[in-house]
Write a protein that binds this ligand. Structure first.
Ligand SMILES: N[C@@H](CCC(=O)N[C@@H](CS)C(=O)NCC(=O)O)C(=O)O
Length: 101
């Protein structure tokens, strides 16, 4: 079920051209775990759209009733919520390597 999963991603004039490396991180994490999400193109001026999710930056990931902002927080959320999918970190050592990046 992908309809309830959404990802706010930074774009410019062309909505299909999303260009934020932070959003790419989440894209790659979702792809690695084979989790589908609908992209919601988002521009710098559209702060109101993500404010309900307690964020003023993207990526913001919506998973049903849950919303998570920040690419690292999203990676940790995905790892914890979908442990049956391929791991993003390969264990706590890998997670520690990614922390703070
Ligand atoms: N630490 C955040 C950084 C996110 C971030 O800075 N996103 C930028 C896009 S690359 C943004 O949304 N900027 C909006 C703004 O500065 O108004 C993460 O890893 O997700």
């Amino acid at each position: 079920m992908t309809a309830s999963r959404k990802l706010f991603e930074l774009c410019g004039t062309e909505t299909e051209r999303v260009f934020s490396p932070f959003c790419w991180r989440t894209r790659m994490a979702l792809a690695h775990k084979d989790i589908k999400a609908e992209t919601i193109p988002w521009r710098f001026s559209e702060k109101d759209a993500i404010a309900p999710h307690q964020s003023d930056t993207v990526p913001v990931f919506i998973d049903g009733e849950t919303s998570v902002a920040d690419s690292w927080a999203i990676a940790n959320y995905l790892e914890g919520t979908y442990p049956d999918r391929p791991s993003l970190f390969g264990g706590e050592g890998g997670r520690a390597m990614g922390a703070g990046c």
